[in-house]
Design a binder for this molecule. Structure first.
Ligand code: HEM
Length: 173
């Protein structure tokens, strides 16, 4: 006899105490278009534009062509704004859905994402008072940091969806 049988509980309840509270099964997306989460649609932009920013910085370093410094300014600026939009949609989802709000992993994702958005904001702000001078070395270094944190945030967001099924299933759908 297993320990869970001897206590008269289900195995799932032993593994995750949240299963004992039915309201926390509600993990379905609320901020969505026809059931498709808006957050998942928006995050592609900051992810791709952070890669573009680092690419533009490296090309500026290599060629010295001001075009790449200007491209970097636009890439990080649009990446930051779209990242803020993604952050707002994710935060509303986090606060509205009981099954998402109750899970520690959601708050870990929130914390890493806010750190990322602060770095993207700093990287953008630095370039506003002279986009060419800003690239070497601080703009480039910030772009490397932003890309590292984008990887962490995106990977962890994927964990929420694929490991915990947050924003996908549940009675909220
Ligand atoms: C700042 C506050 C943020 C909060 C509260 C938040 C919250 C969430 C939540 C609750 C999910 C689960 C799916 C859903 O309900 O839509 C999720 C997924 C995800 N998040 Fe965030 N997020 C934030 C910012 C970001 C940012 C800035 C990025 C981009 C780097 C990001 C990348 C992702 C990714 C890639 C997924 C998986 C999407 C999928 O594969 O469907 N998140 N996030």
């Amino acid at each position: 006899m297993t320990s869970s049988q001897s206590k008269g509980n289900s195995g799932a309840a032993d593994l995750d105490p949240l299963h004992t509270r039915k309201t926390l099964d509600d993990t379905g997306t609320r901020i969505a278009i026809a059931g498709h989460p808006i957050h998942a649609m928006l995050v592609a932009f900051p992810i791709a534009l952070t890669v573009c920013t680092l690419g533009a910085d490296l090309f500026y370093w290599w060629t010295g062509d001001a075009f790449w410094a200007r491209a970097g300014l636009w890439a990080i600026g649009m990446g930051f704004l779209m990242g803020l939009a993604a952050g707002v949609s994710g935060t509303v989802e986090l606060l509205l859905v009981p099954g998402i709000r109750a899970r520690a992993a959601s708050w870990t994702h929130f914390t890493i994402a806010v750190a990322l958005l602060s770095m993207m904001g700093a990287n953008f702000g630095l370039r506003l008072s002279g986009y060419e001078q800003a690239v070497l070395p601080w703009g480039l270094l910030l772009s490397v940091l932003c890309l590292g944190f984008t990887g962490l945030t995106g990977w962890h967001g994927g964990k929420l969806v694929f490991d915990y099924q947050l924003g996908t299933v549940g009675k909220g759908n």
